[in-house]
Design a binder for this molecule. Structure first.
Ligand code: MD3
Ligand code: FE
Length: 213
């Protein structure tokens, strides 16, 4: 059998209406993506934000693009300026913008142009509780998620908080796109297990590419 026939970990699975998992879709771009993320994090360091209820989030976050997602005692919102520096967020790196548009197209969502890249950093124990992404101006656009580093277990819930979530591993290089009927589904991430990745160590970076404005 030719080596081209061997399964290389890349496949497209439609998990549910509007939820498309592109396994390994980001693998070719990993060096460019990691270099771009290093530059973003150097310009706008990762930080643990505070929720409106006064709790410090488990995930450390930063943003790139025309605006960024922020949380503080006043609420959740998109802001064009990094509140920690008073400067605009670093520009959206072209490799991230290209991957977002291509992955959205492959998932059936044409003409997607992200204006936000929200970067989430997970270390062992970091989790993200079940939530909806609803701070964007329009829910007509999909969201594209790129996973890098250690494997996480993500929770795919339903449209109501009480709907029992399905569990799915998200691995280095996986791209998940959700939109249309899935855009407002609840989702979260279980506490990261201590497991080392050759490039990122015991760390996971997830970038969600969104259209917020
Ligand atoms: C949306 N991030 O930043 S992305 C977030 O892995 C966020 O850092 C997670 O949720 C992370 O807001 C998850 C992947 C994801 C998975 C399933 C979903 C998002 C989803 C199902 C429905 C809607
Ligand atoms: Fe989310």
């Amino acid at each position: 059998m030719a080596s081209g026939d061997l399964f290389d970990g890349r496949e497209r699975c439609e998990l549910d209406a509007g939820v498309v998992l592109l396994r390994g879709r980001a693998l070719d771009a990993v060096p460019a993506l990691l270099a771009a993320l290093d530059a973003v994090i150097a310009a706008a360091p990762l930080r643990q934000m505070v929720t409106p209820g006064g709790l410090t989030m488990s995930v450390a976050m930063t943003n790139c693009g025309e605006c960024g997602w922020v949380s503080d005692r006043k609420g959740y919102r998109y802001a064009t300026v990094d509140p920690d520096s008073g400067r605009p967020w670093p520009a959206m790196p072209p490799p991230l913008a290209r991957l977002a548009t291509a992955a959205a197209t492959e998932a059936g969502f044409a003409d997607f142009a992200a204006d936000v890249g929200l970067v989430n950093e997970y270390v062992p124990g970091t989790r993200l509780t079940l939530h909806q992404d609803r701070d964007e101006a329009s829910f007509a656009w999909p969201i594209v998620s790129v996973s890098l580093g250690a494997t996480a277990t993500f929770l795919l819930g339903g449209l109501r908080r009480r709907d029992r979530p399905q569990r799915l591993p998200l691995r280095h290089g996986d791209v998940l796109v959700w939109g249309g009927p899935a855009r407002l589904r609840y989702h979260g991430v279980l506490p990261l297990k201590a497991e080392s990745h050759p490039l990122l160590g015991e760390r996971r970076l997830n970038v969600t590419l969104r259209r917020a404005l």
